[in-house]
Design a protein around this ligand. Structure first.
Ligand code: PMP
Length: 375
């Protein structure tokens, strides 16, 4: 199998699997229990929280565990607007957010918030001024993802957040860093972020766990209420096995962000070279985008047809965003990928473990597919 759909999910690393297993066998206590079994589970969870906090340059107190980035995004947007949005009723967002942000924004819009969605310019790039000019005294929240999951475009989060904070210090800044975390440096203070959403399964952890970084002093009204776990911000017994797996994956990947980035950049360059030899194939991702996500158009051949052709050869890629089950999200159009180019878009997403040989087999299969499949 050649797995090139790592933006959808990644294979859990052995360290994550054994950490989860330990928390399901030897160390299965409830971290809220007052006896030793509970304390041991609490200690294992504390270790994961510290590892993740360290990776963000933050304190463990600033990290809340959730069921995934979908929940982190909901908690960030709903929690911050509930806490701070009584008078300030405007939200500024990028127009290329993941559905877990975009659908939440739509819901907040239906509840009376004004949402201003900032689009990229014609070249697909975001102009920081467009965000800065959209913000004003009435703005409660600014949300923009760091790396776009469908195209790999990197958004100017740091420039925008620092400039906006200088002018309007009360605007809460949130960034969905799911596709940036453990791939680019994600440091809370450097980014100027009050809230950062993370997901475990995109970084070789396990599905069903995420985190929300909450800057000291930022108040969120909880979405899920109950037993007051996670300092009352997210009630519900923590999934210690998944949290431990998340922590183990971060502990493993944190020291190698730069080396892996360089390695995947080489893979992207090799992929671009191979694709340039196939007639009609276009690369929709920018050269300076995240190398981990490469969006291409396959010579007018419908994405789903090509996806299943490649699947027949045990090569797994995605059409558009995997989260939307093949449904077009409207995000590619924001980046100027429209018409036949959008209908034939495929997303290839790699890891540092992807090999050149795999890329070569993929490119050869793509060329054969283009020559043999209809429309
Ligand atoms: N944001 C982005 C940018 C994503 O790519 C994803 C996953 N496709 C999510 C949020 C949702 O993450 P999770 O699966 O952990 O809910």
């Amino acid at each position: 199998m050649i797995y090139l759909d790592n933006a959808a999910t990644t294979k859990p690393c052995p360290e994550a699997v054994s950490a989860a297993l330990e928390a399901m066998t030897d160390n299965f206590g409830n971290p809220s229990s007052l006896h030793r079994a509970g304390l041991n589970a609490q200690l294992a969870m504390d270790k994961a929280r510290r590892t993740i906090a360290d990776s963000l340059g933050a304190a463990p107190d600033n990290v809340i565990f959730t069921s995934g980035a979908t929940e982190s995004n909901n908690l960030a947007l709903r929690g911050a607007t509930a806490a701070y949005g009584k008078k300030r009723r405007k939200i500024v967002a990028s127009a290329v957010e993941h559905a877990s942000v975009d659908e939440t924004l739509a819901d907040l819009e239906s509840k009376g918030f004004e949402v201003v969605r900032v689009s990229p310019r014609e070249d697909g790039r975001f102009c920081p001024e467009d965000f800065i000019n959209a913000c004003d005294e009435n703005t409660v929240l600014l949300t923009m993802m760091y790396v776009n999951n469908e195209t790999g475009y990197v958004l100017p989060v740091k420039e925008v957040f620092t400039a906006v904070k200088r002018r309007f210090k009360d605007i809460v800044t949130h960034t969905d860093c799911v596709q940036a975390y453990m791939k680019l440096p994600v440091k809370a203070n450097q980014l100027g972020a009050d809230l950062i959403s993370l997901s475990g399964h995109k970084i070789h952890g396990v599905k069903g766990v995420g985190a929300l970084y909450i800057k000291k002093g930022i108040r969120l009204i909880p979405v899920v209420t109950g037993g007051k776990q996670e300092k009352g911000i997210r009630s519900g017994t923590e999934s210690v096995p998944l949290i431990c797996a998340f922590g183990a994956a971060v502990g493993k990947l944190s020291p190698t962000i730069k080396e892996r980035y360089e390695r995947v950049s080489e893979l992207k360059a090799r992929l671009a070279e191979l694709l340039s030899a196939i007639e009609g194939v276009e690369i929709n991702s920018p050269e300076d985008g995240s190398p981990y996500v490469v969006n291409i158009s396959a010579a007018g051949k419908r994405s789903e047809i090509m996806l299943h052709y490649l699947e027949g050869r045990e090569i797994y890629v995605s059409s558009g965003s995997a989260c939307s089950k093949g449904q077009q999200s409207g995000v590619p159009a924001q980046f100027g990928i429209t018409g036949k180019r959008a209908d034939s878009a495929l997303r290839i997403s790699m890891t540092a473990d992807t090999t050149e040989a795999e890329i070569e087999v993929f490119a050869a299969a793509l060329a054969e597919g283009i020559a043999s499949v209809r429309g």
